[in-house]
Design a protein around this ligand. Structure first.
Ligand code: NOJ
Length: 742
């Protein structure tokens, strides 16, 4: 048994690191830390953007003033900078090289929102793995991904980088990305450290304008915005990044509740917390710090380990320690996290990258996986008279539209390293794969998505007249989404709607394929089209994927990861909304109100006179070439006890003619609780493949704890009472089964 004195001794030993076995990572960290000067410690906390082999950079590395470099992508340069760190700096601590490898390094996968539309975590894991293989081959060992910000505002340009609106779907896809980036173990030379970002609440930026303020009550933060980060941490994410926004008035880079209380204390996260680009410094602009020194002190107190391009730490921590304003212990805590990451990555043992002779880029496997991701990440929104897939009787197709042959735009946002000359566009793919089956008449009509010049429209129309079916590739150029690329009007840009109207006039069946970085308000366009396939920005292999889908070599199986509004005024719009005291009932549309109606009641329920209460397409929606029948839901017991698991299941039958995949979605609703709860919450999903006529059972196991939510006193628990459960094809359909929690 411990005596009091022994206990104190053990605590001191542990805190000082003396208690760690010398050859354990923690032991090695402590040994190194004990040899470091304050200046060298501060150096580890400094991340600079690459300047190649510039003399100034070399000198800073030599004198131990840099811990990490981002945006260096040349293997030779990386090795040389690393050599300077390892051989010429006093302690030989290796650098870690970071880069935004978001949805591919060279081989570009669909934007994360498109990957999320696959509802297949294997797709996300594959994408991250290929990205890691390619990026690590030049010496990049840290990516600033996945972005697991819950995004309920399609005006926000960064929705493209997200997995959409739902905490559960984002958690699953984000964790899969972490797994893909980091591989089986971080020390493997092909593994790259992931970074869950942006911690936290960034997706809630007011009016969908980047960097804007957020107001998020703590229980909503914990219920909606944090679970995907927790899931990333549980999946082993090696690092986190602060967000740019202030949250309830406190910028994330100085936010002790988020970074100390939640991330470190509650979640026990021992990885690196890096600021966003100059986000420590920007606390001055936010108006919560008077100068860089103040900002450095706040960020350190909040537990931000590394300053990305902010110069707050390098310029001020020394003086702050000397003056006693911050303690060296606080600095040690951050340096430990940074050294731990470097040890975990194996950088001390293998600091250099092998400069490979054979290109690891755009391999057959990578391209095949990227294509599969684009196939599964495309969502069929409409298919009147089964115009799709294009029947073998069709003799000619017109390929029209600004996105039909735009190698750069199909890659989407956050493409630093992907080479558009490797993109296979829809036009190229249709030509090469189906060129001997149908005659292809190509006419773009508009040269780019924002093109306001209607001159090309008549040529496009005459191309359409000569064809049996029109394939119209519309949407957004890549530049219209991404960081700081937000839109207040998310309708189809330029003259694309006019072009569609002209194509429709020809009387030919029109299939509209939309390639975009966000949900667009496309009600008119959907009405005018016989079929609509929403492809997001599908990456390098978007063309072959779309060609296969259009011609029936593949069957659509994507489902929307985010609600599509009819019009901007409905935003924020998401499926997991509350019931309100007056839920919408018999919405009266503005045009149906009799003239002179005066102050007549229009029902006094919750809806917009011009938009009603429904989205254009709900979360989870997506059609197939086949059809599926869901049997009634069965629950293992109608009365669940606390701390018990139970199962919810049903049979799904493929009632159509195509072998196809279906995403069965499992939702619950807490009918009566102490706080109003969402009308539905996703708790599970399964993507299953079925042959025509085949049936399969889908079964979800859930613990009663997962029925819980956060309460005003910051505790999480499930409340006894009545619940409903659905297994359905989207967030609006299906028949619920009621059960109770005792
Ligand atoms: C700013 C972005 O917000 C962040 O996501 C990115 O990782 C950094 N810049 C580095 O490029």
């Amino acid at each position: 048994m411990y005596k009091k004195g022994m206990l104190i001794f053990a605590v001191i030993m542990t805190l000082s690191g003396c208690g760690k076995p010398k050859d354990s990572v923690e032991g090695k960290i402590e040994k190194l830390l004990s040899q470091m000067t304050l200046q060298e410690k501060i150096g580890q906390m400094n991340q600079l953007t690459g300047l190649g082999l510039a003399e100034d950079m070399q000198n800073q590395i030599k004198s131990g003033k840099v811990g990490s470099i981002l945006n260096e992508t040349d293997a030779k340069t990386i090795n040389e900078l690393q050599r300077i760190a390892v051989k010429e700096s006093r302690l030989g601590i290796p650098l870690i090289f970071g880069r935004d490898v978001i949805h591919g390094f060279k081989t570009i996968f669909p934007i994360p929102l498109g990957q999320a539309a696959s509802w297949n975590p294997q797709i996300a894991e594959n994408g991250a793995r290929i990205a890691a293989l390619e990026a690590s081959s030049v010496g990049i060992r840290w990516t600033f991904a996945p972005m697991v910000d819950i995004s309920r505002d399609p005006r926000w340009g960064r929705i493209a980088e997200s997995c959409g609106e739902d905490p559960y779907l984002t958690s699953i896809m984000g964790a899969a990305m972490v797994k893909g980036f980091q591989g089986n173990k971080l020390s493997d030379a092909t593994s790259i450290a992931s970074c869950a970002k942006h911690f936290a609440g960034y997706g809630a930026s007011e009016s969908g304008k980047d960097y804007n303020t957020t107001w998020i009550p703590e229980l909503q933060l914990r219920d909606v915005y944090l679970p995907s980060f927790k899931a990333a941490a549980d999946a082993g994410a090696a690092s986190f990044m602060c967000s740019f926004n202030d949250i309830n008035g406190v910028p994330s880079s100085g936010n002790e509740l988020l970074n100390q209380q939640i991330l470190r204390k509650e979640w026990k996260f021992d990885g690196v917390l890096v600021s966003d680009w100059a986000s420590i410094e920007q606390m001055i602009t936010h108006g919560v710090c008077s100068n860089l020194k103040d900002a450095a002190q706040k960020a350190l107190k909040a537990g931000v380990d590394m300053d990305m391009m902010g110069f707050a730490y390098t310029g001020n921590l020394n003086e702050l320690v000397k003056s006693g304003a911050v303690s060296e212990k606080q600095i040690d805590a951050s340096v430990r996290n940074i050294l731990r990451l470097k040890f975990r990555l194996g950088l001390f043992d293998n600091p250099y990258v092998k400069e490979s002779e054979t290109s690891p880029f755009y391999t057959v496997d990578a391209l095949a996986k990227a294509k599969q991701a684009a196939v599964e990440g495309s969502v069929l929104l409409k298919n009147t008279n089964n115009v799709l897939p294009i029947s073998s009787d069709i003799k000619s197709v017109a390929v029209i539209g600004p996105l039909s042959d735009s190698p750069t735009d199909q890659l989407g946002t956050w493409i630093f390293d992907g080479d558009a000359s490797h993109s296979v566009t829809p036009l190229a793919a249709i030509r090469s794969t189906f060129g001997n089956q149908v005659k292809i008449i190509a006419e773009k009509g508009l040269t780019y998505s924002r093109d306001n010049n209607s001159e090309g429209i008549s040529k496009a129309v005459s191309a359409a007249r000569q064809a049996d079916v029109v394939l119209y590739f519309a949407g957004e150029e890549a530049i219209l989404s991404g960081e700081a690329h937000c839109r207040a009007d998310i309708s189809m840009p330029g003259k694309q709607t006019e072009l569609l109207a002209a194509l429709k006039q020809t009387g030919k069946p029109v299939v509209t394929i939309i390639m975009a970085g966000r949900p667009l308000t496309i009600e008119k366009e959907v009405e005018m089209s016989d079929a609509v396939l929403y492809a997001f920005h599908g990456g390098t292999m978007a063309g072959p994927a779309l060609a296969d889908l259009l011609f029936g070599k593949a069957v659509p199986s994507g489902k929307l990861p985010v609600t599509f509004p009819r019009m901007v005024g409905q935003i924020p719009i998401y499926y997991a909304h509350k019931m309100t005291g007056r839920p919408a009932k018999d919405a009266v549309m503005m045009n149906d109100i009799p003239v002179g109606a005066g102050q007549t009641s229009l029902g006094n329920t919750s809806y917009h006179l011009d938009a009603g209460d429904k989205p254009l397409f709900p979360f989870g929606f997506g059609l197939s070439y086949s059809t599926f029948q869901y049997s009634p839901v069965k629950i293992s017991s109608n009365e669940i006890s606390k701390n018990e698991s139970f199962t919810v299941e049903c049979n799904i039958t493929n009632t159509g003619k195509y072998e196809a995949a279906e995403v069965a979605q499992f939702y619950i609703r807490d009918l009566v609780a102490t706080l109003a709860r969402p009308v539905r919450e996703l708790k599970g999903f399964q993507k299953i493949s079925l042959k025509p006529g085949e049936s399969k059972a889908v079964k979800f196991e859930i613990s009663s704890n997962e029925l819980g939510f956060w309460h005003q006193d910051n505790t999480y628990s499930a409340e006894p009472g009545e619940f409903q459960a659905w297994i359905s094809k989207d967030s609006q359909s299906g028949d619920p089964k009621t059960f109770s929690l005792k």
